[in-house]
Structure formats: C-alpha cells, structure tokens
Design a protein around this ligand. Structure first.
Ligand SMILES: [Zn+2]
Length: 272
C-alpha cells in the first residue's frame, strides 16, 4: 500500500493545515462542535477522496467546503465531499463552468509530459463539481459554531480569489494570493490589482500582528511575510505599468524584478 500523501499541522486552536508534497499544496480544516470546514479540496477526484478520508480520521462531523479559487489544484477534488454546501466566489463557479474542462485537459497533459501518468489519469477522469454557495464581495458562514468570514478583494492571483478568515483563531487562509517557497504564480493573474487584494487581506477586521496566514502553497506565514510579498508584487505591478506605457523595455524590467525571469515575463504578458 502506498502511504497517503500529506501531514497535518495545527496552526491555531482546532485549525489544521494539511501539507502535501505534490505542488507543495496546503489545505485547511476548521473544527467546531458538530461541524467542520474544509478549505480547498486538492487537484483531482482521487486526491479529494484521500483528503476526505484523512478529514474523517479526525472528525465524524458533517463538513462544509470553501474553495479559495478555481484553479484545479484547489478545486478539482470537491466531488469527494458531496453532498455538502460548497462556498466560493461567483466567478469561481463561472470559471469552472467556462474553462474547467480545458484546464483539466491542460493539466492532464502537463502531468503526462512530466511522466506522471498516474496523476494525469486521475485528473482526466475527474468530474468537476461546482460550488453552490456563491459570494460576490464577501460573506459569512458558521461551521460547527465557529464564525468564518469570506472576502473577495478584487482580482489578484486569479479573477476569483476568496480569502477565508477564522477570527476566533486569528487565522487567514489566503489561497494563492500568498505563496511561500516559490514565486507567486501570475499565469492567470491581474498583476496591477494584486497589491490591492493583499491590502484587503492585511486590513481584514480582527487580524492582528500575530495573525497566521496560510498560503495555498508552502508553510503558513506571519503578517510580516505578507507585507514583504505585497511590496514585491507592487514592484512587479509598477514594472508592468512602465513596460505597458513604453517607458521601460522588457529585458530591463526582468533585471529590475524581484522575481525570476519566467515569472516576470508571465506578469508582463498579462498587462498590455
Ligand atoms: Zn492558483
């Protein structure tokens, strides 16, 4: 039997993060009385089922799911948790409807090219489940008696990033608005708007100097990490603006960027 991927860490009172080596992904679990909240569902039907089974080893309580954004690695495992409420930004559902099948093909091909036929097959065989509790600018839910705040601060890493705040634990699940251990991913991003989205996250009422922020990839971080990453993302936004206006050429922008060449060029391509 292959061992199950991932391990839990408890980042605050009854708030857990499951860390995975695959894509360095982090998903969340908020435990309450008689209910729990799962934050993101991993990247395919098998991974989602594995995660659901691991949650079941911790709690028998009914679960609610929230999806931080529509990218496959955060949302394609949702089917394993149904039937249950699935929260997301309204544009997350829209993106999954419009582009989910194309994303499934793209990532199945990507894994096949990496020689990972097992994951490629799992993705290709995944039925994409859609969120049914949709928010636009934000909302609230209660899971197991714990209040959870959902907030959307405009486009950033994607067009549908949803921040998940657990005020009683002082924990924020940031999705891929924050990335630890690798440069932020601009593939589907709005580089000019991203800094404002992070300002929204940093300004969430009830957050403190001690707030724990859980990125979509990498280990949990503190507020200082987010402030520093916000400065880098703002620097990239400035470079994008200057290249778009003709003030700066692309190679010069690459040299000035806080991020590697490929990351910077991807960001520049998103702004014209
Ligand atoms: Zn993403």
């Amino acid at each position: 039997m292959p061992s199950v991927e991932g391990h839990w860490i408890e980042v605050a009172d009854r708030v857990l993060v499951r860390r995975h080596s695959e894509l360095d992904l982090s998903v969340g679990l908020v435990l309450g009385d008689g209910g729990c909240l799962v934050v993101d569902t991993r990247g395919d039907a098998r991974q989602g089922a594995e995660l659901a089974a691991e949650v079941r080893r911790i709690t028998p309580d009914p679960w609610t799911v929230v999806i931080t954004h529509s990218h496959f690695d955060h949302s394609f495992g949702t089917g394993a948790f149904l039937d249950c409420p699935v929260w997301a930004h309204e544009a997350c559902r829209g993106d999954l409807v419009a582009n989910g099948c194309a994303a499934r093909d793209t990532w199945a091909r990507w894994y096949r090219d990496q020689g990972r036929d097992d994951i490629a097959d799992d993705i290709a065989g995944t039925e994409i489940a859609l969120p049914d509790r949709l928010v636009s600018s934000g909302g609230e839910l209660v899971a197991g008696g714990r209040r959870v705040v959902l907030a959307h601060f405009g486009p950033g890493h994607s067009g549908n990033d949803l921040v998940v705040h657990v005020p009683d634990a002082d924990v924020v699940f940031a999705g891929d608005l924050v990335e630890n251990g690798a440069p932020p991913d601009y593939e589907d991003a709005a580089p000019l708007a991203w800094p404002a989205a992070l300002d929204g996250l940093l300004g969430l009422p009830g957050t403190t100097a001690a707030t724990t922020v859980v990125p979509g990839h990498g280990d949990p971080v503190g507020r200082g990490f987010v402030v520093a990453q916000r400065a880098e993302i703002a620097a990239v936004a400035d470079l994008c603006r200057r290249v778009a206006s003709g003030e700066l050429d692309r190679e010069h922008a690459v040299r000035l960027s806080p991020y590697p060449r490929e990351t910077t060029l991807t960001a520049l391509d998103r702004v014209s």
